[in-house]
Design a protein around this ligand. Structure first.
Ligand code: ATP
Ligand code: MG
Length: 264
């Protein structure tokens, strides 16, 4: 590591921070509609997601969790502020560049799985890489498939799979290309607790052992406890940030917010 005696501490800190940020929002604002139907879904959100860290995003329904995922992943435009993946500012990217960035650098696990109905499981999983003309790392792919437990369903199409199995295909698809960052919108919301635990364990291992960066929305304190950090949203703002969460500590915070809402 190089140091410079000229840089002030704050500059050095900022540089160090930007060196480890996989994604970063600064005063990110998202407004839907206008006039009577105007909704401020995100209200000047500033948050950094460090490389090789597993972050959970929590908050009540309508607090802006999906909107934050979509804006950070370049799936939705932003109304103000900035959203960056690595050093790349998303605002102002032309459609083609944005499509490339989403395809090559981001994995996204949707609340609804977004699988192509005409392709079977393995074709769905390797589709992003096929489009990009990249060969999957077979060893990694095998490991992903073993972990999500799909080995005997690879030739099945989505309508021949259960909801949980479809979700596991979606998780495998996001992991297969080893993107810089994976965003998941309740990636285990449709899984039974056993399959959910396996997928969460796998996401955590991919962070710990392979340096994968994962940001995941969840409503479940147990799912959040797999993360290194929990960021809490309410009404489009970040209201809390918890490190090394346990299911109990997450639950305590959630109760605190609810009590606050009732008395306010
Ligand atoms: N396309 C849209 N047009 C108008 N308003 C929208 C749109 N998408 C989201 N919103 C509004 O923005 C706010 C945040 O929505 P968002 O989907 O991000 O919430 P969420 O935290 O993901 O909720 P949930 O836990 O229910 O998934 C909500 O008030 C929602 O009604
Ligand atoms: Mg949502």
């Amino acid at each position: 590591m190089t140091t410079t005696t000229h840089a002030g501490a704050s500059t050095a800190d900022a540089q160090a921070a930007s060196g480890t940020a996989a994604a970063c929002a600064t005063d990110l604002t998202k407004v839907y509609g206008q006039g009577e139907t105007k909704v401020v879904a995100l209200d000047r959100v500033s948050v950094e997601f460090r490389k090789a860290e597993f972050t959970a995003i929590m908050g009540p329904s309508g607090s802006g969790k999906s909107t934050l995922m979509h804006c950070m992943a370049g799936l939705d435009s932003i109304s103000g502020g900035s959203a960056r993946i690595g050093d790349t500012e998303l605002t102002g990217l032309k459609d083609k560049k944005l499509t490339q960035l989403r395809r090559d650098r981001i994995g996204f696990i949707f609340q609804a799985f977004n699988l192509l109905p005409t392709l079977n499981a393995i074709e769905n999983i390797t589709l992003p890489m096929d489009i990009a003309g990249r060969k999957p790392d077979q060893e990694w792919l095998d490991r992903v498939l073993r972990t999500v437990g799909l080995a005997d369903r690879l030739k099945h199409r989505p309508n021949q799979l259960s909801g949980g199995q479809q979700q596991r295909v979606a998780v495998a698809r996001a992991l297969a290309g080893q993107p810089e960052i994976i965003f998941g919108d309740e990636p285990t919301g449709n899984l039974d607790s056993q399959s959910g635990a396996e997928v969460l364990g796998f996401l955590r291992n991919s962070v710990r052992e392979l340096g994968q960066t994962v940001v995941m929305v969840t409503h479940d304190p147990v799912a959040a406890s797999y993360a290194d950090r929990v960021v809490f949203l309410a009404d489009g703002r970040i209201v809390d940030d918890l490190r090394d969460p346990s299911a109990d500590s997450v639950l305590e915070r959630m109760k605190g917010f609810e009590a606050g809402r009732r008395t306010s």
